[in-house]
Design a protein around this ligand. Structure first.
Ligand SMILES: [Zn+2]
Length: 133
């Protein structure tokens, strides 16, 4: 857990609005095939306690069960990919790009780098993992 950001964040159309009333974890870039296909690129997720996520609007929030272990939350109106959530876990991952400056977030690692595609380079200074850290 690293920083706080109490600003209201929203998807592109504003159908989903929330704030995080607690600490945010550093950002992990995930290169797994599911993130690639969901985001159209690798994902950049911060993470928070689910109880700290306060929804102001969520009428357009839809969940997609992306595997037996996890689901992904997106806006059914504008298509924003916002959440990744393991079932039975008290935390939730939030796309870091939903925040605005200053985010107070830092990218700390690359995960599932086996799925990395060849059109971009990894930051060599960051630790990398084949799976989770
Ligand atoms: Zn939206």
């Amino acid at each position: 857990m690293s920083s706080r950001n109490n600003k209201i964040i929203s998807c592109l159309c504003g159908g989903i609005k929330l704030k995080v009333n607690g600490p945010l974890r550093h950002v992990s870039n995930c290169h797994c095939i599911q993130c690639m296909k969901t985001h159209g690129n690798y994902s950049a997720y911060t993470n928070a306690k689910e109880k700290d996520v306060i929804f102001l609007k969520r009428g357009t929030l839809k969940w997609f069960r992306s595997s037996k272990k996890a689901k992904r939350g997106f806006c059914k109106k504008c298509g924003a990919s916002i959440f990744f959530k393991f079932y039975g876990n008290n935390t939730i991952s939030i796309s870091a790009g939903m925040f605005s400056n200053p985010t107070k977030l830092k990218t700390k690692m690359n995960i599932f780098i086996k799925g990395k595609l060849d059109y971009y380079k990894l930051d060599k200074k960051l630790p990398k993992f084949n799976r989770y850290s």
